[in-house]
Design a protein around this ligand. Structure first.
Ligand code: NAD
Length: 248
């Protein structure tokens, strides 16, 4: 039990990597509030988890993550109910693959709004409570593309480079308050985001991974548990690659 009685908020917690993070946090004794984009998807995820283990303390909320006032009201209610917020996992994110010549301002804005502005909104909304506690752990979901970029879907790699900059800067700013800020950079991971990709695209990627497989959501969630826990008490400002690649 690495997170016993910790109170955690996980965005994008209804499926994929986020759902795995929620489940691992619960297995490690945390009380978890998961955010879904709709009340129905949040409820469905909570019901599935409760069915697996009725004693898990988990609930769902669905603020508009791109709207600060909405997020602040929802997270204030969490702080009020549980008395504290120990962990924020900023995981919700969307990808895009369009070539630059057909990219629109609207597409760019949509990706940046969720992948960057929402990370700001959620972090800003928990920071006063974490400062008051003199402790807290914020973990952002970056991506392998934040190291290597990608030759399409320009907003996605741009957003993940921004997440890394946000992570490092905030770690430096909030360290004196006892708040650690880190990111996890998954490689290709077996979720809906990747299941839609054609085999012709995935096979050459797998061939370059020494472990010869894509990641599972649980591989990524394990890194979140570690970074959220006291085991990582002297780690802040890192972007931890979890991608099966062997390189410096
Ligand atoms: P997914 O599509 O399975 O899940 C995305 C999550 O984000 C869902 O819970 C969804 O409800 C939520 N979401 C989507 N749009 C939203 C919105 N407008 N408002 C609120 N929530 C919204 O994707 P995933 O693969 O689990 O991705 C999770 C994170 O991991 C993302 O930040 C993604 O960029 C990152 N990532 C994924 C991979 C991969 O290969 N799957 C690799 C690197 C990074």
């Amino acid at each position: 039990m690495m997170l016993k009685d910790k109170v955690a908020i996980v965005t994008g917690g209804t499926r994929g990597i986020g759902f795995a993070i929620v489940k691992k946090f619960l297995e490690h004794g945390a009380k978890v509030v998961l955010c879904g984009s709709k009340p129905e998807s949040a409820k469905k995820a909570v019901d599935a988890l409760k069915k697996e283990n009725a004693s898990w303390q988990v609930e769902g909320i669905s603020p508009d993550l791109t709207n600060y006032d909405d997020v602040k009201a929802a997270f204030n209610a969490v702080a009020e109910k549980y008395g504290r917020i120990d962990i924020l996992a900023n995981n919700a994110g969307i990808s895009s693959k369009e070539p630059f010549t057909s990219y629109t301002e609207e597409m760019f804005k949509n990706v940046m709004d969720l992948n960057v502005t929402a990370v700001f909104n959620c972090s800003r909304a928990v920071v006063d409570k974490m400062k008051e506690q003199k402790s807290g752990s914020i973990i952002n979901t970056s991506s392998m593309v934040s190291k290597y970029a990608q030759p399409s879907g320009i907003a996605y790699p741009t957003s993940k480079f921004a997440v890394n900059g946000f992570t490092l800067s905030l770690a430096r700013e909030l360290g004196p308050d006892g708040i650690r800020v880190n990111a996890v950079a998954p490689g290709v991971t077996n979720t809906d985001m990747v299941k839609v990709l054609p085999k012709e695209l995935i096979d050459p990627i797998v061939a370059q991974i020494p472990l010869r497989r894509v990641g599972e959501p649980e591989d990524i969630a394990n890194a979140f548990v570690f970074l959220a826990s006291e085991m990582a008490s002297y780690i802040s400002g890192v972007v931890l690659s979890v991608d099966g690649l062997a390189r410096t």
